[in-house]
Design a protein around this ligand. Structure first.
Ligand code: PEP
Ligand code: MG
Length: 578
């Protein structure tokens, strides 16, 4: 039966493929047969993994402070008991022998059986124990994966549409590299990091499709409409034909846009607009170059820090940044100091006792760096050193006050002195700028601009902090709207401050990547946009069709609007003009 489900469209385009359902942490498990003479080794590998999990849990238990509520001890004890139970110790071994399969696959089969059994229980307490099964199984899996022979996700995902509860950004990259046609997640909002990345990779993606696993089965044919946030399950022949025609149209539009690649982004009244690319992975640089971007307006460095046990050192960072600078061949590269925390948490922070109830208001971005001098020092030195090899700018995330900014500037000066003393070259005039992504920073934009070389508006966070609507929480995604007049006024304040202080103001949040907002932003005075390269030509097309005088008039009216609805109406009228 055909079914239509609505989520939040995050990666544009239409994809058609068969559903591939993945459980969290299980996305890259492939099945492989183990020859009889290697079975003993495979079993030993599994046993070593369960033993390691037990050791780690025991050590965790020892580290819990004595005055911790007993519930916490009980939780670890439950996991310890499970890890020692024959359901995890013996049954998977039997499955390895029986199916002659790899340990990960046997574990996955056993986990499915256990989770289903717990879910079927009447008692709510026992039903909730399915989460503990997941937890223990995941721990064993991670031990196995650390020790596994080289395997990829296998071909079972190729050309499929992956449905998962949630995906880490790294998963999205891996899946794209393995030929997945589209991604669907039950969690997340349009500006979650994974959604941003999926867009930049050009993968049609729907996030926040709640309870999707209840409606979609493995192998169901799915249509994913990334524009509308729509998933059609098991489409009838007419619907399928309609979307196949849409795919064809999309290909034609892409061909028309491709012709704009070498052309300048100039408005009808002759004003040049700078279009740069956002990037975070070396894989994206080629797309950035091909799209004709005027350099990188935001290089997110969190990827160097995520999914690992240690911190990246100066040399490792230097090598990566050098690759970026070389790849961008003389065009400017804005490297942002690391913005860890909230939606970009690194794996071991939570384990260190860093989990907070309100991480978006916690120790993230520059706050975290200022508390961790070793981290800040290594990164600033690496960025400064790479500035000797091409035009580099440093951008600081999450600043809320001038005092924080001054601390950072002192750090930059100190690092320059260190490099001088060591005889290492760097750009003495390295431009330093700030992300304006907290209302406090927008309100103080004059003070920031007078001390800096550029400002860059990060609407992903500015919207969340202005409207008190978590960018990752699909329950409040209806409130999360960059067209809110309060957001527009903060953008306006920032642009005006930049103009007064003679400092360029860019925008690098997702709003800059949305061609439906381009005319409004031009009207507000923005002349520099940075976005995932997949959107660059569409935005350029709008720039080339826009007249600033008209855009300015509509933007002024939008600033006076009372609510989102009024702004949306104005923007629709503005966009409807030839
Ligand atoms: C933003 O907040 O708009 C931004 C560009 O930064 P990030 O999405 O990495 O938080
Ligand atoms: Mg941000």
């Amino acid at each position: 039966m055909t079914l239509a489900l609505n989520g939040v469209g995050a990666g544009k385009g239409v994809a058609i493929g068969k559903a591939r359902i993945l459980r969290r942490g299980y996305f890259d498990i492939s099945h492989y047969s183990v020859p009889a003479h290697f079975l003993a080794d495979e079993i030993a590998r599994y046993r070593a993994a369960t033993a390691a999990v037990k050791r780690r849990l025991e050590s965790t238990r020892r580290q819990i402070p004595r005055d911790t509520p007993l519930d916490i001890f009980a939780l670890v004890d439950v996991h310890l008991m499970m890890a020692d139970d024959s359901a995890f110790v013996h049954d998977p071994v039997r499955l390895i022998e029986q199916h002659r399969c790899n340990a990960e696959w046997a574990l996955q089969m056993q986990r499915e059986t256990l989770v289903q059994a717990f879910h079927a229980m009447e008692d709510p307490y026992l039903r909730a124990r399915a989460d503990d099964v997941e937890h223990v199984a995941r721990r064993i899996l991670y031990e196995l994966l650390n020790d596994r022979p080289e395997t990829g996700p296998g071909d079972q995902l190729r050309d499929g549409v992956v449905l998962a509860e949630d995906l880490a950004p790294a998963d999205a990259v891996l899946l794209q590299q393995h030929g997945v046609r589209a991604l669907i997640t039950e969690a997340g909002g349009a500006t979650s990091h994974t959604a941003i990345l999926a867009r930049s990779l050009g993968v049609p993606t729907i996030v926040g499709l709640r309870h999707a696993v209840h409606y979609i089965r493995h192998d169901d044919v799915l249509i994913v409409d990334g524009e509308q946030g729509l998933v059609v399950v098991d489409p009838d022949a007419r619907t399928l034909r309609h979307y196949q025609r849409r795919q064809l149209q999309e290909r034609r539009v892409r061909a028309v846009l491709a012709k704009l690649t070498g052309k300048p982004a100039v408005t009808r009244d002759g004003v040049t607009v700078t279009l740069r690319a956002n990037a975070e992975l070396p894989e994206e640089l080629q797309t950035a170059r091909q799209s004709g971007a005027d350099g990188i307006g935001l290089y997110r460095t969190e990827f160097l820090f995520l999914d690992r046990d240690d911190l990246p050192g100066e040399e490792e960072q230097f090598e990566v940044y050098l690759r970026v600078v070389r790849a961008m061949a003389g065009t400017p590269v804005t490297i942002r100091s690391v913005d860890l925390g909230a939606d970009k948490e690194y794996a071991h922070y939570a384990a260190d006792g860093g989990a907070r109830t309100n991480p978006a208001l916690g120790l993230r971005g520059i706050r975290r760096c200022l508390k961790d001098p070793a981290m800040l020092r290594a990164q600033l030195r690496a960025i400064l050193r790479v500035s000797a090899h091409g035009p580099v700018q440093l951008c600081i995330p999450m600043l809320t006050g001038v005092d924080e900014l001054l601390q950072v500037l002192v750090w930059v000066e100190r690092m320059k002195q260190e490099l001088d003393a060591a005889g290492l070259p760097f750009d003495r005039g390295l431009p330093v700028g700030a992300m304006i992504e907290v209302p406090a920073a927008a309100l103080l934009a004059d003070s920031f601009a007078s001390r800096l070389d550029f400002l860059s508006i990060g609407t992903n966070d500015l919207v969340q902090y202005t409207l008190a609507a978590d960018r990752l929480d699909e329950d409040v995604s209806y409130l999360y709207d960059p067209l809110h007049p309060a957001v527009l006024r903060l953008i306006d304040l920032t642009v005006q401050a930049g103009a007064r202080q003679g400092v360029p103001v860019a925008m690098c949040g997702e709003m800059a990547a949305d061609p439906r907002r381009t005319r409004l932003l031009l009207g507000l005075g923005l002349r520099e946009f940075s976005m995932h390269p997949a959107m660059l030509l569409e935005v350029k097309q709008v720039v080339r069709r826009s007249e600033l005088d008209i855009a300015r008039r509509y933007a002024r009216a939008a600033l006076d609007a009372a609510d989102v609805g009024e702004v949306a109406e104005l923007v629709e009228r503005l966009n409807g003009l030839p």
